[in-house]
Structures are given as structure tokens and as C-alpha cells.
Design a protein around this ligand. Structure first.
Ligand code: SF4
Length: 266
């Protein structure tokens, strides 16, 4: 069995505890307006034309996005970083895209990582069946779980899917005693109005269990915007500026009232 992966990040420090190897799996059933990894949305390998400028000259070449890896390939990559992982109490994270879209490969990879003694994390939008989440629980030490919008109409508008199953899965994981870090992308004009933030805060406070380890507030940024042109996907966030440091700090203080640790960034 092989999994389609579009990027491997070594020495990752934003995708769970310690130093990690993060595998970005290709394919996502959502289509968030602000997605920083549009190359992760299609579930098929893609070839894009990459143009670089040197002075007045332009050089173009084809770039393959997405490569098939076996579980053994994944283990070989991680093994090279074992010293850093062990010293930092790090591990392995499967991100995307949406890793649950390649559920069978993900399960095999998680199992193999656990058998080799690695801490495992799954970074997920929450959009998969409850059965799928339940079946990877034994091999997953930590879920990095996105909450984007509590209003279903807004969620559908800005991500393309309903949040009903996502919220069910979020509570399911907590109620099963799994460690969860909530990741909230803070997107100006979409989910950062005071009313919605207040609702989110209340939701987190009332549903929390002792295994809700942290709330990560992830400020919108434009770093991935140039990729949209490359992948021929319309960019819908033109004119939207990242939130200020001050507004993020105020938000952090508000979310601290849930009684959960809060961090700005991953
Ligand atoms: S869930 Fe994540 S990877 Fe999928 S479209 Fe949204 S931001 Fe992008």
C-alpha cells in the first residue's frame, strides 16, 4: 500500500511536541478560502510549471507535486531523524491536505510508527467518519484538530463542507480521553468577529475535558498566496490583511479564560 505525499518536513517544531517529521498528505475534501497549502487539495499527483527569474531572464521547468511512499519509505525517513526526535521528545505528524482521506495508508503508517516507538500526531480538519477516527485512536497519541467556524452556514460557505460531523468528531475524541490540541485559523472578516470568538470561547470551555491540551490561534498569513497562480486556483483572499499582533494578543487573553493553555501560532 502506498500513500500520496506532497511534502516532507524534517525538524518541524510547529506540528506537535518536540522536533518532528511531518508528512503532508495530498488530497482534502475541504476547500478553505485561506488554505496555505493549495497544492494539498487535489488527491492526484500534479505537474505544474515553475518559472524562476534571474535578472531579466526567465527559466521554466516542470515540477511534480505528490509522490507515492510506502510505509517502509516513511519509516526510513523518520529513522534518519531518530536522534533529534528522541532528544526533544518529538515524533511524527501526519498532516495535509487531510490525512484521513488516505485513511488506510494513514492507519498502516501510524501503526508502524507506534511499533517503532514514535510519538504520533494527526493534524486533521475533523472531516471524516466517526468510525475512521475511532479506529486510529489506538495508534494516535495526539490530534491537532481544526475548528474553523461554529456557524454551519458560514462553515459551508468558506470551506465547502458542513461542520456538524466535525464538531461531533471533536467531542468524540475528547470524550474518548484522547489528547487534542485545537487549532483555530484566525481569518479576518470570516471568523474573527467578537460574536463568533465569544461563541468559540464558550464552546471550548463547555466541551473541554482534561485532555484538551492547548488552543493554538493561527493568524492568517499570505505566504501561500503565490502558489494559487501556479496551481491555477482562484485566490479569494485578495485585500484581506493578516490580523495585527495586538489583536492576536487580545484574542489570546480572551481564550485563556477557557482555562486551557493558549498559544499564538502552531
Ligand atoms: S482543511 Fe486545511 S488543507 Fe484542507 S482546504 Fe482547508 S486549510 Fe487547506
Amino acid at each position: 500500500m502506498k500513500g500520496l505525499i506532497f511534502s516532507v518536513k524534517r525538524y518541524s517544531i510547529h506540528d506537535g511536541p518536540g522536533i518532528r517529521v511531518t508528512f503532508f498528505m495530498k488530497g482534502c475534501p475541504l476547500n478553505c478560502w485561506w488554505c496555505h497549502n493549495p497544492e494539498g487539495i487535489s488527491q492526484f499527483p500534479e505537474t505544474v510549471r515553475q518559472t524562476n527569474k534571474l535578472g531579466i531572464r526567465e527559466f521554466s521547468q516542470n515540477e511534480e507535486v505528490g509522490k507515492y511512499y510506502s510505509v517502509e519509505n516513511v519509516l526510513e525517513i523518520i529513522a534518519k531523524e531518530r536522534v533529534f526526535i528522541n532528544q526533544s521528545k518529538g515524533g511524527v505528524t501526519f498532516s495535509g491536505g487531510e490525512p484521513m482521506l488516505q485513511y488506510e495508508f494513514l492507519t498502516e503508517a501510524l501503526k508502524a510508527c507506534k511499533e517503532n516507538g514514535y510519538h504520533t500526531a494527526v493534524d486533521t480538519s475533523g472531516y471524516s467518519s466517526a468510525e475512521n477516527y475511532l479506529s486510529i485512536i489506538p495508534f494516535t497519541d495526539l490530534f491537532l484538530f481544526d475548528l474553523k467556524h461554529l456557524d454551519d452556514t458560514m462553515h459551508i460557505k468558506y470551506t465547502g463542507v458542513s461542520n456538524i460531523g466535525i464538531l461531533d468528531n471533536y467531542r468524540l475524541l475528547l470524550n474518548r480521553g484522547k489528547a487534542v490540541m485545537v487549532r483555530i485559523p484566525v481569518i479576518p472578516c470570516i471568523n474573527d468577529d467578537p460574536y463568533h470568538l465569544q461563541q468559540l470561547k464558550q464552546y471550548l470551555a463547555t466541551t473541554k475535558t482534561e485532555t484538551l491540551k492547548k488552543i493554538n490561534l493561527l493568524p492568517f498569513h499570505k505566504i501561500g498566496s503565490s502558489k494559487y497562480k501556479k496551481f491555477n486556483i482562484p485566490y479569494k483572499m485578495d485585500g484581506i490583511e493578516p490580523p495585527t499582533k495586538e489583536s492576536m494578543q487580545i484574542m489570546k487573553e480572551q481564550f485563556l479564560k477557557t482555562g486551557v493553555k493558549v498559544k499564538i501560532g502552531g
